[in-house]
Design a protein around this ligand. Structure first.
Ligand code: PMV
Length: 333
């Protein structure tokens, strides 16, 4: 049995609370797909570190890229990633088996997890959100839990915060919630559709992050004097983003989403020691975006815990944006 800790036990208790009304009467086999998502209003900081409860609510748009995962009951855990079984001590395999420890009905109950990303590594996107969401959806099928989507979102959150949003497609809102046990911190799809909205990726680097998003959030919250200001601003930005999506107003959306992301990175710069995910190329892209905007193009940027830039624009400007950024990758919708 895996090592345990008070923090792990709290997480397991939260998972068991979700599963308390279920029974294990599935066929023992299930598979599911979950889409990756990009936050237009970010999740940055936890009000509860163990349960991955966020300081702020966040809003994302899913991408037509993601993870497909199959689960089958077995005598021991095995993780097969992109066609190859991973060694049990591999960091990725350990993240999955550690998550399975939260939900397994008894210590000697194992799972074979076969997982494949349709996210090309070249897209430079993190896959933990779609990865944990697909795993939870596959477990729900294999185990016959028949959990409502809200509960699945809570379970996925216990794997990785942003995975709570990947349970759904389209525009998704993840509520901060107020309760200590996290039972009101789940995601929900929004009744919005905007097929002309474009999110393009500019990949600056493919490699591992210099510091994980979890560690960066923690240091920012503990040491950055700018963090409370970002949290204060986030509530208004979330409302602006939601309203702009309803009105399909690209400039109002871009302004609020870019301000939210740049503010998030500013909180990191003001941490001790300072954190910056940016490379000179990241800065050069941002300056080009600002320059093009001055020239009249409705083009905005957002960035996550990494140096890659995501461009936000309207379909009518697709040709112009692609001409200015020939390496732009535009997952088709
Ligand atoms: O889910 P995590 O722990 O990988 O955190 C993701 C945080 C950001 O990507 C930076 C923002 C977000 O809301 O997705």
């Amino acid at each position: 049995m895996a090592l345990t800790s008070p923090s792990f036990e709290r997480r397991r208790h939260a998972a068991q609370q979700v599963l308390s009304s279920t029974s294990w009467n599935g066929s023992g086999e299930g598979s599911a797909y979950a889409a990756a998502n990009i936050a237009l209003c970010k999740y940055w900081g936890k009000r509860d570190r163990d349960l991955h409860l966020p300081t702020t609510s966040s809003l994302s748009l899913s991408l037509p890229l993601g993870t497909t995962t199959s689960v089958s009951f077995a005598e021991r855990d095995a993780v097969i990633f992109q066609g190859k079984e991973l060694p049990a001590d591999d960091a990725f395999a350990l993240r999955i088996t550690r998550f399975l420890d939260l939900i397994r009905p008894q210590a000697n109950f194992g799972f074979t997890v076969t997982t494949n990303n349709t996210i090309p590594t070249a897209a430079g996107l993190a896959s933990s959100a779609s990865g944990f969401a697909a795993l939870v959806l596959a477990l729900n099928k294999a185990s016959g839990w028949h959990l409502p989507a809200r509960e699945l979102s809570i379970l996925a959150r216990l794997g990785s915060g942003s995975a709570s949003r990947s349970i759904f497609d389209g525009f998704v809102l993840w509520y901060r919630g107020k309760r200590e046990d996290g039972s009101d911190s789940y995601a929900e799809p929004l009744d919005l559709s905007w097929p002309e909205l474009r999110l393009g990726m500019l990949v600056v680097e493919h490699g591992e992050k210099s510091i994980s998003s979890g560690a960066a959030m923690e240091r920012t919250m503990a040491t950055s004097p700018l963090y409370p200001a970002w949290v204060d601003g986030s509530t208004g930005q979330l409302q602006q983003i939601h309203a702009a999506l309803q009105r399909q107003d690209i400039d109002a959306l871009g302004r609020a989403a870019e301000a939210n992301a740049l503010g998030m990175h500013a909180t990191m710069l003001a941490a001790t020691p300072a954190i910056s995910y940016w490379t000179p190329e990241t800065m050069a892209i941002l300056q080009k975006v600002w320059h093009l905007r001055k020239e009249g193009l409705s083009l905005y940027a957002t960035l996550d815990a990494g140096p890659n830039v995501k461009l936000i624009f309207h379909a009518r400007d697709e040709e112009a944006v692609s001409a200015h950024f020939p390496s732009l990758s535009l997952p088709s919708r």
